[in-house]
Write a protein that binds this ligand. Structure first.
Ligand code: NI
Ligand code: MN
Length: 227
């Protein structure tokens, strides 16, 4: 049995044969989070879409504790390997095989700098992540504005899209609805809203506006769906 569980903000836990993974594991300091780094004792992979604090989150602590491999862009992987973590660098490009399936990085329109003290460390460019777990394809958009590149994703036949809707730093609801028309996923879950000031959004407004050819699912932190 495979499942994906929402951990609040843009953080998700994906469990499947060969995979105990977290995506953008922002838990400490995330008021929505219902789990904390201490709740995870064995993880295989940590996927990080970009270098902002609300996406790197607890990656370093979790990676050191569990030995999980960080899967991220090349510059972020350099940063994490400098912290003693195992890494698997890749970039926007083709499919890369993993024990659980395949991973493909796709464009996101966003920054990726890492704030360390009062310094900004260059973190490459932000990505979206397509996880092919068995035959199931999950698209985690990361942080992104609406961008025409999303039109390339329809060909990937996404089963489940995780789209930011909170605006300000990412798509708002009207933009996410336009993105959906390009991506054409079978199911969609909204994320990246109501976690901190500036990204207030009503997920029910997004779900009520969905076209009939897709299924919208509201996941509250801690809730999961099976695939
Ligand atoms: Ni960001
Ligand atoms: Mn963010």
């Amino acid at each position: 049995m495979s499942m994906i569980r929402f951990l609040g903000h843009s953080a998700f836990h994906v469990s499947a044969p060969g995979l105990e993974g977290l995506i953008d594991p922002f838990l400490k300091g995330n008021d929505q989070a219902v789990v904390q780094p201490g709740d995870f004792s064995s993880l295989t992979h940590l996927f990080v879409t970009h270098g902002h604090w609300d996406h790197i989150g607890d990656t370093i602590e979790l990676g050191l504790k569990t030995g999980a491999t960080v899967v991220a862009n090349a510059e972020l992987c350099r940063y994490f390997s400098g912290k003693g973590l195992k890494t698997h660098p890749m970039y926007i490009g083709g499919w890369v095989p993993f024990p659980f399936g395949r991973v493909k990085f796709v464009p996101a329109m966003h920054g990726s700098g890492i704030m360390e003290g009062d310094q900004a460390v260059y973190g490459g460019i932000a990505v979206g992540i397509v996880l092919e777990v068995g035959k199931f394809r999950i698209y985690h958009a990361g942080d992104t504005g609406l961008t025409a590149e999303m039109g390339l994703l329809e060909a990937l036949k996404i089963d489940l899209a995780l789209l930011p809707i909170g605006g300000c730093y990412v798509m708002d609801i009207p933009d996410a609805l336009r993105a959906l028309e390009m991506i054409r996923p079978r199911r969609v879950v909204p994320m990246h809203y109501n976690t901190f000031p500036g990204i207030e959004a009503a997920p029910e407004e997004f779900l009520e506006a969905l076209p009939e050819w897709t299924v919208g699912i509201r996941l509250d932190p801690g809730q999961s769906l099976q695939f």
